[in-house]
Design a protein around this ligand. Structure first.
Ligand code: GLY
Ligand code: MN
Ligand code: MN
Length: 538
């Protein structure tokens, strides 16, 4: 829904390491190889869900579940729910095949972010690292070196090594053994700065093309929050936010800056990875369909639950409960629960008002399931009889007609781009509003009443693959949102009946060649269905 195009972050972060002198010795003791891992039988316990420790989270078919007596089963070959190890392998292979010979790709995983001192936010993996590995632990690094082996590349993972004390507090991690045995690394090492730098220097010195994908956001230096003494120096060294605060020594920082931070020698992987991520595989579409089904069912429950006089946040709690109890691990973004005039603010997320009598509630919310986002908006009445007022219904139907009109056009065979779809949405809304008695001056619709875009790419990230141009034609496998909105200010330029109303309706659409699939179809959107659900009749 966001009106402004976000700047494309080509994240280049600088890392540094401790003494190189210890590297060789540490390497010898801390490494595991895939050959070793294959020789031993039981898979390690990694903490993150895997079929051998969390079979209930790995159904072969999301609709059937894992209970064999009910026709379900466990997908033992999956690394994350819905995605087999072979698909992660194919993604890495496709990436390396797309790069020239002599290429190496270095991807940093995510770091834990902090709310304050040592109070952490729940960890979420960096999207590209996740896309290529499925590994959920923080503080990791992936190095892929193109070569002439049958695999086409050598895969190195640097991960936090197992630590009895830490694991007693924080639970198990994948460790060096898991990195090879489960996540397919040819070689795995501790994420010790000295070890990492040692390998980077070796590999990069023999590579002719260096591609990097480094964290997109800085974190508070962990050393600062862990140490017994706190110093402003911890925040100032390295001198810019690096996102790689494992390494805070100035000398290491300089070394890594030279290796990975110099744009004359390195290129960002963002375009290659966005080009891959924009088209979803069959498995990804199944996961996204399930994310949409979870959010859709939670939205229907929220419609039933929300009522005049309730805090907006209580309706939010109903939605989040509906997602969590169906297995979603988090919300894909900070949700909007906007009643009354709050719905005029497109990014309203305070959700702390009492829902006024006669209001509609605009809900823009979606869960993340197995690493993929859903993104749904519905606007519905909160009165006990579940009925829209006539002005509310008229405006809502204008939006619904536009949503359906644009969704019908969102197929590959019709040749539309997101940008062209947006132009059509403006034309459709303009016609609908004129029918309702709006007299629109040129530009008023896009400047005032509908100031955001028709949609965006959707996937692992809510606003996915941001370097893919909106002018690109839709292709089978792409997933977009379609989300027309109308926000009528208190201004006598507009018909009195509609002033103060803000509404949006949003679906997630998987594009096919001649047709498409609405992934969010379980969230009611026809007026009759919404009114029946809101009144508790269905
Ligand atoms: N919920 C954010 C968006 O629709 O883009
Ligand atoms: Mn959206
Ligand atoms: Mn949305």
């Amino acid at each position: 829904m966001w009106a402004r195009r976000a700047p494309v972050h080509i994240a280049r972060r600088l890392i540094s390491a401790r003494q190189l002198g210890t590297a060789a010795a540490a390497t010898a003791t801390a490494a595991a190889t895939n050959a070793n891992a294959k020789a031993k039988a039981p898979l390690p316990v990694c903490g993150q869900p895997l079929p051998h420790t969390h079979p209930h989270l790995f159904p072969i078919d999301f609709a059937r579940g894992t209970d064999a007596s009910a026709g379900g089963g466990v997908a033992h070959d999956h690394i994350t729910p819905g995605i087999p190890a072979s698909e992660y392998e194919a993604r890495r292979r496709a990436l390396m095949d797309s790069l020239p010979s002599g290429s190496v790709a270095v991807l940093m995983g995510g770091r834990i972010k902090y709310m304050s001192r040592n109070i952490f936010y729940r960890f979420r993996q960096e999207s590209n690292f996740w896309y290529l590995t499925g590994l959920q632990d923080p503080d990791c690094m992936l190095v892929l070196e193109k070569n002439s082996s049958a695999r086409g590349y050598r895969m190195l993972l640097f991960v936090p090594p197992r630590d009895t004390h830490n694991e007693a507090w924080d639970g198990p991690i994948c460790g060096i053994d898991g990195a090879t045995a489960v996540f397919g690394a040819d070689e795995a090492y501790a994420n010790d700065p000295a070890i990492m730098l040692h390998h980077l220097q070796l590999i990069l010195s023999s590579s002719s093309h260096i591609y990097v994908d480094l964290p997109s956001q800085p974190t508070v230096p962990r050393q600062a929050v862990r140490g017994t003494r706190f110093s402003i120096r911890d925040f100032l060294a390295p001198p810019t936010p690096t996102g790689m605060d494992l390494f805070v020594r100035k000398s290491d920082f300089d070394t890594v800056q030279r290796l990975l931070g110099d744009p004359r020698n390195t290129r960002s992987l963002v375009h290659e990875l966005d080009r891959m991520r924009i088209k979803k595989s069959e498995n990804e579409l199944k996961v996204m369909r399930h994310a949409g089904a979870i959010s859709g069912a939670a939205m229907a429950e929220t419609m039933r639950y929300a009522a005049d006089g309730m805090l907006e946040s209580e309706a939010q709690a109903a939605f989040e409960f509906g997602c969590a109890r169906r297995g979603a691990e988090r919300q894909a973004y900070v949700p909007v629960f906007a009643s009354g005039r709050n719905a005029l603010m497109i990014h309203y997320v305070r959700n702390d008002a009492v829902i006024p009598k006669g209001s509609v509630l605009s809900v823009d919310a979606g869960c993340e399931f197995a690493g993929y986002a859903s993104d749904i908006t519905r606007t519905f009445p909160t009165a006990a009889d579940g009925r829209f007022s006539s002005a509310q219904r008229d405006l809502y139907e204008a939006l619904l007609a536009t949503l359906k009109g644009c969704t019908r056009l969102a197929t590959a065979s019709q040749g539309y781009s997101l940008a062209q779809l947006h132009r059509r949405s403006v034309e459709m809304l303009s016609a609908e509003l004129r029918r309702l008695g709006f007299s629109l001056r040129s530009g008023t619709l896009e400047r005032v009443l509908y100031p955001h875009y028709i949609g965006h790419w959707l996937g692992i990230d809510l606003h996915d693959t941001s370097t893919v141009e909106r002018s690109r034609r839709l292709e089978p496998g792409m997933v977009i949102t379609v989300e027309p909105g109308l926000y009528v200010p208190d201004d006598d330029a507009f018909p009195a009946a509609f002033r103060g109303l803000g509404m949006r309706v949003e679906d997630d659409v998987a594009v096919g060649y001649d047709d498409n699939i609405v992934l969010s179809a379980d969230a009611p959107k026809e007026v009759a269905d919404i009114e029946a659900v809101c009144a508790g009749r269905i």
